[in-house]
Each structure stands twice: as structure tokens, then as C-alpha cells.
Design a protein around this ligand. Sequence first.
Ligand SMILES: Cc1ncc(COP(=O)(O)O)c(C=O)c1O
Length: 370
Amino acid sequence: MELKVPEYILSIKPYTPGKPIEELEREYGISGSIKLASNENPLGPCPKAVDAMKASMQDIHRYPDGSGYYLTRKLAEKHDVRPDNVVLGNGSDDVIGMLARTLLQAGDEAVMTAPSFLMYEILVRSVGAAPVFVPLNNLAVDLDAIASAITEKTRMIFINNPNNPTGTFIKQDAFEAFLKRLPPSLTVVLDEAYIEFARDPSCLNGLSLIDENPPIAVLRTFSKIYGLAGIRIGYGVMPAEMAGLLHRVRQPFNTSALAQAGAVAALDDEDFLYQTLELVATELDFLQTALNKMGVTSFPTQANFFLIDVKRDADRVFQEMLKEGVIIRSMVSYGYPRYIRVNVGKRQENLRFLEAFERVMDKTAQEPGG
Ligand SMILES: Cc1ncc(COP(=O)(O)O)c(C=O)c1O
């Protein structure tokens, strides 16, 4: 084969998603394991969404509504924007891809934090643009450093709030002051995948700022709070002119009929939303209090996950936790060799995590570097 592959494609390191539970259980010869590694909803999928998807099954011989008419209108109403501000995606990943294809080209720069959600870098590189990394400061997004990293080539800035994987957040007033320092020729992509979990009232919410200068594209997802990660549905809210441009590159049927039906129903399931928020707040407190009693450092968070400083090789802790049937995420590849990330589960899962974690910490305490 003599494919002429562009250099920028060769520069992409493929995304390695967390392995499915079944695969890990086969690999480690374990069963009944629990997964606290992908920031999913501990309660499972939103029940109203499941019912609506079942009901819409009878029509799946037909193509979906390519415009996502009902979902777009419902989202516009919920967020007090116009339908032409909304772009639906096959997960918010898909919207990031459309933003990159529409607004970036070879030679452009896109500023993002390090670490950050890996798809920003992959999708920026996939169109030949260059990622420019700005380190976090004390686990938090450093708006001053981001502003200083802007050059005349910068066309996009990615900001994640609350931030994955650290759980830190940006305050509304700090972000508004930051916007004033930016040139109008770039787009701020504000990824709010975890915004519904934020508990601090001063936490930034970008929806009222989309038409500012520079323009803002706010990303939201049904994968986390609504428990619909597997059906792939997310969206962007942005200035109508930008949304119109994204529709030029959007695949005509990028969101499935099932996903649209599920998402419309999920927006009406207030009970599920509150149950999820209640559970995450209670269990986060439970987990962090227990860890504190064990003398383990964990970090404050505004999301449904948090970091723990294991003070030893995080990959080693990850491996030992796997043997215990508890799947968490090592932060080694994110540049934090001694941190793990855990998302909040149900009480039984959290208890199991804590028991396994205590055993693993004891077991690894005497090892070199432990
Ligand atoms: C920060 C961040 N943005 C976006 C996503 C992707 O969301 P979606 O499932 O809607 O593609 C994730 C998923 O883990 C995430 O952590």
C-alpha cells in the first residue's frame, strides 16, 4: 500500500477509550466488577428516555429527522435561545469535529489546556491545525496564561468548565473579564459537559454569552447527567451565523431517530435530574469524608468525578484496583503520575471502592515509590 497520508494525520495519537467492563473481566479473569472510570451516570439511563426510545423503535426503517426539529426547539426553549442557535451532534464530540472542520485550517492554532479532553487535540490535528497547550495552574484552567498564548494564528480556544479531569471551575466574573482581553477573530469553545453538576453559584454558565465578541460555542451533552452516553447525543449553542456554517459540514443524519426521541423525553424528566444531582452530591461527600478519615488527599470538585492523590505510581494502583474488580482511571497519561480519577457511584459501589482502595493502598505502601 502506498497511501499518501498527510503529516498532520500521522501526528494524531488515537484516542484510547476506557475498555468495556466485559473485556476487562475477560482479561483479568474477574466478574461482577464496577466501573467508576468514565464519569457516567450512576443511576443508569433516564427512564423516560428509555421508554421514548422503545416507542420510537417501530419507525426505525425511516431516516431520522435530519434537522432534529423537536429536540432543537425544546433545547432552544429550555435555554432561552433561538432554534437557529442550536447544532445537534452525535455526542458533543461530533460538534467539536464540526467546529474544527468549519473554522480551522492548516496553519491555524487552537489553544487548549494540558491536560484536557483528548478529542480537542485529535480533532484540531485532523484538519491540519496545530494545538497549543497551556498548563493548568493548581489543577485549574489558567485564563491569564491562555490569553498570553494567543498569537495572530490563534483561531480557537478550548475551555472545559467544570474541567475534566480535575473538577475545578471558572467563575463567571473571571471569564467575562477574560473575554474582554481576546481578539474578535477567534472562537471560544466552552465545553460544559459537566455543568449540571456544578454546585458553586459563582460557577460560569456560558449560555448567556454566545453572542459576545469573540463568539462562544457552548457544548452540552446528554451523556452525563441524563445517562445517555451509549446513544450518542450532544449539542452546541452558538451564534446563528456560526451554527449556519456548521450545518454546511454536518452529516445530514448525524443524530439518530432513537437519540432524538430519547433526548426530547429526557428533557422532561425533572425527577431523574434531581435524583442524579442528589445522589452525586450525597455520595461525593460520603466518599471524600471517608477518604479524608483514611488520611488520603482528594481534591474539591464541581463535577461527578474527582482526583485522588495516591502518592505512588497511579498505574500500579489502577492495576491492583482492577484485580479487585473496581475500574477507575489512572492519570499517568494525563501528566499526573500519582493521581487517579474516580467518578461517584451508588452507595454500594462506593463502599466497594473504599474497601478495595484501602486494601490496595496497604498492599502497595511498601513498594518502591510507594
Ligand atoms: C470534557 C468532555 N467533553 C466532552 C465529552 C464527550 O461527550 P459526548 O459523549 O457528548 O461526546 C466528554 C466525555 O467524557 C468530556 O469529558
